[in-house]
Design a protein around this ligand. Sequence first.
Ligand code: PLP
Length: 392
Amino acid sequence: MKINGNFNKLQDSYLFFNIAQKTSEFLKKNPGAPIIKMGIGDVTLPLPQACVDAMKKACDEMGVKETFRGYCDYEGYEFLRQAIADYYKEYGVDVSVDEIFVSDGAKSDVGNILDIFSDENTVLIPDPVYPVYVDTNIMAGRKILYIDANESNGFTPEPDYNVKADIIYLCSPNNPTGAVYDRAGLKKWVDYANAQDAVILFDAAYEAFIEDKDLPHSIFEIEGAKNCAIEFCSFSKTAGFTGTRCGYTVIPKELVREGRKIGELWLRRQSTKYNGTAYIIQRGAEAVFTPEGRAQIKENIDYYKRNTAILSEALSAKGIQYFGGKNSPYVWLKCPNNMKSWEFFDYLLTKCYIVGTPGSGFGKNGEGFLRLTGFGSYENTLIAAERIKNTL
Ligand code: PLP
């Protein structure tokens, strides 16, 4: 028996382990230090009441013979897929219910979608990036090319027609940089992908944080995208479902390669390896789209965004350059005085008692940057901002 040797090529992920290690060592030396965790990538506010109520009701239904449900359709219940399709209409995007596939979250889908693509494909991944794109392709042994996201392109790199790629990852609003593609920027990628017969894997996990009316929430707002893109969405950051687990993937019927509809291949894959998302959870997700649910998720997202605004304001006051901070829960700051990411991490920890996430953990272009997030509490964010203003 041989293991998949590609696993030997994966880099150990020490990022969050090292952060926890350094923080606990600091606390050992400075017991009771009022540390504030601003590197946190998980939500902290509870689920919207509309979702809780819907799930309770669904739970009761499961306990009654007449309303009990067993295995669900692999692609999700129609009530949820219809609610998602209606949501897309708000952005002028026409997707039909059978182009929507419900799942237990964007991370699984982003990884699992690779099952339907040949390992011979070349993959193009921006750097810095959400590490899942890189690791899932290393596991499959695919050739990976990187495209530089950096200060000079505002962390929204454009395609280079000299580079040939088959699968392209885009994440907007971006984790970790908070950068968001505008329509013109996305159009360039759509044109490039169509010219190369490539497929764009568009991660829209943070679309709900977009507030600027001009910015696209979906790649399908861009002409030509239905021929070349798959979109991944999540209720995790939108509605606090990180522990509840629900997401969805949109694959347009127009997306065809080698005579095969990609959506049909995905359904074939899912029906073989996935047995559907729990009814109770799907009812909770459906409630996100009700008027009460919409109002409650807006309140939570506004809360997080007020935090990022406070952090951004503190950085501006100190003349520290940053990206994101708006239309995103992430603030991606340039470490002052040319400090390296870990150097500035240590500085923030020891001088301000603030824990951030070193940008170098997201790729080589993340070196010299640090990620702060709005997912903490308002009170702690205010204190952190004061410490930044008084210390840096
Ligand atoms: N995509 C991006 C860019 C993320 O940052 C995350 C989580 O942090 C995910 C996907 C995962 O989403 P989910 O919780 O739906 O699996």
